[in-house]
Design a protein around this ligand. Sequence first.
Ligand SMILES: *[C@@H]1O[C@H](CO)[C@@H](O)[C@H](O)[C@H]1NC(C)=O
Ligand SMILES: *[C@@H]1O[C@H](CO)[C@@H](O)[C@H](O)[C@H]1NC(C)=O
Ligand SMILES: *[C@@H]1O[C@H](CO)[C@@H](O)[C@H](O)[C@H]1NC(C)=O
Length: 350
Amino acid sequence: MFLLFCCIWAKTTAAGCISVWPSMTVPFVVDPVIEDDSERIIALDNALAHLSRVTCLSFIQRTKEKNFIIFTELSESLPCWDVLSMKGGEQMVNVGGNCLEPVKLPATVTRIFSDCDLQKVQYLYPCPGILPVRPSNCTSIFNRVNNVAASVVPCETEDPDSCPYPTYRNNTLPVGSACSSACDYSGRLLPLLRSFNPRIGVFDHFYTTDTVTDATMTSNGYDEEDPVGYLGMEGPADAFCTCLRPLFRLFHPVINNHFYTSNETERAGAEALGYKFERIEGYCTSEPACGAYMPLSRFFAPLMSDHLYTTAVEEATVLKNTFSGYGFERVECYLWQYETANRACETLLH
Ligand SMILES: *[C@@H]1O[C@H](CO)[C@@H](O)[C@H](O)[C@H]1NC(C)=O
Ligand SMILES: *[C@@H]1O[C@H](CO)[C@@H](O)[C@H](O)[C@H]1NC(C)=O
Ligand SMILES: *[C@@H]1O[C@H](CO)[C@@H](O)[C@H](O)[C@H]1NC(C)=O
């Protein structure tokens, strides 16, 4: 039992263990049995696009490669999705029967691979700069007989948490150069709470993800306002999202001003001016990606010494177009709109 466990997870270096695909790239062809079935080919495309997007393993159409995969339909008694190891030569991979259910159109959000599956991929094909996670003792879809977990079944929209990995045949979301993922972030998200103290001499907007601090501020004369969005709680490294930035909170006691920045240089500059660093409030993204698509606009009112941050388009428009006293500085970073990272993708794509 121990030996089996070792060999499933050990990498190429350990004797008798599996061979990984060179350059984390899997050349493949699709058997016409699957190719000609429009529902199954969409489901397969979705599955491969998903793996390519959220892991460092990528699938390419085979041209002349000697070692490649043929996605086909094999007997139900044979394992599904045996794609993680390279066997050499033509390698038949079963995606028939229960291995890949036809997509039911119109599908919105579909779940294909579980956290456990992705951990296994990440362990064998670690993304540069991210520590590989040793897969916990979970059962993944790969190389398993009679798998039903790989179905491409539309999720219940009322329960977005049960559908953590939306996949689409076309990923039309804008993902810039710094970020790897359009829809995914693996950390927890918490609301960034907002409050405001209008008293002369204080006049300060305050933002925090910590409910205890928020309660203290509101009991000390700050009025509760609407939360501005969600911040990530884990970072800056993440298995999916490579463009996370810490949002630093600073405070200047003399001018009574809370200031937030995601820029290290600016943070150092503010400290030199007398601002005290308080904490990292959470993580946001440097560009629209990872399910975080709400720009956090930053304003400053020099007369009042107040920084104001908002994701509300109407508020930003009013501040920009009236004599509000606030000048627009920049988009600080991007926040999530929902507590589940990929939920924005549903809305954006449909
Ligand atoms: C790990 O999985 C094996 C095989 O399914 C099982 O026998 C064992 O009890 C599991 N160990 C833990 C710690 O869950
Ligand atoms: C999907 O991608 C193809 C090829 O890029 C394009 O022709 C097609 O219009 C796209 N479909 C949608 C719904 O975006
Ligand atoms: C950070 O701030 C410094 C100083 O204001 C600026 O020169 C630099 O371009 C900023 N970096 C980013 C990534 O915005």
